[in-house]
Design a protein around this ligand. Structure first.
Ligand code: ZN
Length: 144
């Protein structure tokens, strides 16, 4: 079976909520800057952001700028738009973020046929405007 090109979900129907722990991530995204929550005490990364570091219980957080590249850790191939039910091929992925050991992010993949997605594939961030003026990080296959 061939699925065809992996498409991003249309951003206009994607809504997020923020809280004091996650808002810095989304503010950075709106500025086109990929980041992850890093403990300001021991340096451990954690995603999603949480009030306390699971390693040392510190509440200090830092938000370093990451290179924007990542490696596919896991994926799924979907063929229906979850909003409308129409035929629509998209590929939810979990990526390991370069520059943030231990930090993973859920996103969608684009830039290749869904048939060719592989664990270990190199990808780079691409920004998708979504509802309410926010911006969602998605990932595009790095050309071989
Ligand atoms: Zn810590």
């Amino acid at each position: 079976m061939t699925y065809g090109p992996a498409r991003l979900l249309p951003g206009e129907n994607i809504r997020i909520t923020t809280n004091p722990d996650t808002e810095p991530f989304w503010e950075a995204a709106r500025d086109g800057r990929l980041t992850a929550c890093q403990c300001g005490n021991c340096g451990a990364f954690r995603m999603p952001p949480s009030p306390y570091c699971p390693e040392c219980q510190s509440t200090k957080k830092e938000w370093p700028t990451l290179p924007g590249t990542a490696t596919v850790f896991s994926f799924a191939i979907c063929n229906k738009n979850p909003s409308t039910g129409e035929d629509y091929v998209y590929v939810p992925i979990v990526v390991d973020l370069d520059g943030a050991p231990g930090a993973r992010l859920n996103a969608n993949l684009t830039g290749c046929d869904a048939d060719y997605v592989k664990i270990g594939m190199q990808v780079h961030v691409e920004w998708t405007p979504i509802a309410d003026g926010w911006v969602l990080p998605n990932f595009r296959k790095v050309p071989a």
